[in-house]
Design a protein around this ligand. Sequence first.
Ligand code: SF4
Length: 281
Amino acid sequence: MSAEPSAPALPLEAGSPYELRVDQSRSVSESAVKHALATGDMGFVHSFTTGSAVDGPGMRVVAWTAGCQWRCLYCHNPDTWNMMNGMPVTLERAIEGLNKYRHGLQMMGGGLTVSGGEPLMQDRFVVKLCRSAKAMGIHTCIETNGYLGERLSDDEIDAVDLVMLGIKTWGDEKHRRLVGKELTPTLEFAKRLAHRKRPMWVRFVLVPGLTDDPEDIKQIAAFAASLGTVERLEVLPFHQLGKYKWERLGLDYQLAEFQPPSAEQLERACELFRAEGINAL
Ligand code: SF4
């Protein structure tokens, strides 16, 4: 995939989303941004990565969109918070790039995952990109915090093959402390997905001392089990790979002293989810 002609020199494809990328859209006018958001004909993308085996079923091409309204204390990609840090990419160009991988993705049971940042900050672009991918016979997945789920119509929800939904913690107060926003919209979106019988994977980041309260995990487990369409729940270990980004961006990183969970801690969390009949791994 290649960059738009007006974009700065960074290639659209990154070795990994851990590359720090900022200010890639400085040349885009405010009116062009508004038009892009309204039509979805252009997106702002941190980068694309290929060959991911951990962002959905099979081998994935992942579009890491820019822009997120949350401020998770453990976010490992804070450069994706600001949409203008993303590179402007026309829908046409993104589809053209994706098309090159079509056969490979189909052969390896994979597809396209749109992650971020928060993809639904650019809901029109994401909908158009997923629809185009599906028209090419490519499996589609969005990874979202669900907060802006209301932006999607029922038809648009039905057109996405899989939603990976992040549930960060339980209880409104804890949730606000952890991510800066309330929990309810995420849960409402999850219920709506379940009502429409859409397959879901839930993602939960385990941070010892921050998100590992067994009572909270049990509540998330009970909620996920009540949905009936959660195919798996991934317990992701907290890590420090994004720490340098916080430092380089001049942000106040509060988790410098926190440790990744041990294998035993991860297993204990999985067991709490499994106790509710959830396929946790
Ligand atoms: S929702 Fe994702 S991108 Fe947004 S702050 Fe949280 S971890 Fe970072």
